[in-house]
Unconditional design. Structure first.
Length: 232
């Protein structure tokens, strides 16, 4: 099954990437080119923006990396309070610096090792490209904790490469291992979620759940999962 998802338009990607330019002419431009390329090629952010649109609950972004979701949200006109956490202290420092440069309001970034600690939160939760880096028990604990954080009407938005024996799944594993080998990701992938098990976890918690492929023009087996707690 193919999807028709598209990445951010190139002008919007470039506008966000400018916040990641170095302060000096001879500074490192890796983040700038990475951000510009990722936003212009990965359908993740339009998918997440659509999933969160219309809801104003505070958002916790678990495994936020450089905090690109915060920039995309503000560009989209979504102004809910945002907190991003990640286990890569270097990325958090760069996320904080870029947020200041971009003048993001109501955005906070903190170092948190999700394998051992979770922040307090009530509202919506995003878990984007994180689950596969946790062993199965820690993955389940993270999902259970995220579900418990959802307030009435809030949404849990997950992007994950699902394990299904497909060619896309194999390419996803190779890519994730490569990201670890070059130092971009702190950990190697540990356990890719299964669609049936993930759906059961969410539905058993009383959430309304929708799965959709989020391949775009990429070769990866990425899926968007949106689970919503009914409004009281």
């Amino acid at each position: 099954m193919n999807d028709d998802s598209r990445p951010l338009p190139r002008d919007q990607a470039a506008a966000i990437a400018r916040a990641f330019q170095p302060r000096h002419v001879l500074g490192n431009r890796w983040d700038y080119y990475y951000v510009r390329g990722k936003l212009a090629s990965d359908p993740l952010y339009p998918g997440v923006l659509q999933a969160l649109r219309g809801g104003g609950a505070p958002l916790l972004d678990l495994g936020c990396g450089l905090g690109l979701l915060a920039h995309a949200l503000r560009q989209d006109g979504q102004s809910m309070p945002y907190r991003g956490v990640d286990n890569d202290a270097g990325k958090i420092r760069r996320a904080q610096r870029a947020a200041v440069t971009a003048g993001l309001s109501s955005a906070q970034f903190d170092f948190v090792d999700l394998a051992h600690d979770l922040p307090r939160h009530q509202g919506s939760v995003a878990i984007l490209d994180v689950l596969q880096y946790l062993p199965a028990p820690a993955q389940q604990r993270l999902l259970d904790a995220a579900i418990a954080m959802l307030s009435p009407g809030a949404r849990l938005v997950i992007r994950a490469a699902l394990v299904d024996g497909s060619r896309r799944g194999r390419i996803s594993r190779i890519s994730d291992h490569a990201a670890n080998l070059v130092g971009w990701m702190q950990s190697a992938p540990r356990c890719y979620p299964q669609a049936d098990r993930l759906r059961s976890t969410l539905e058993d918690a009383g959430l309304q759940v929708a799965f959709a492929p989020l391949y775009g023009r990429t070769p990866f087996n990425n899926w968007m999962v949106v689970a919503e707690r009914a409004a009281s």
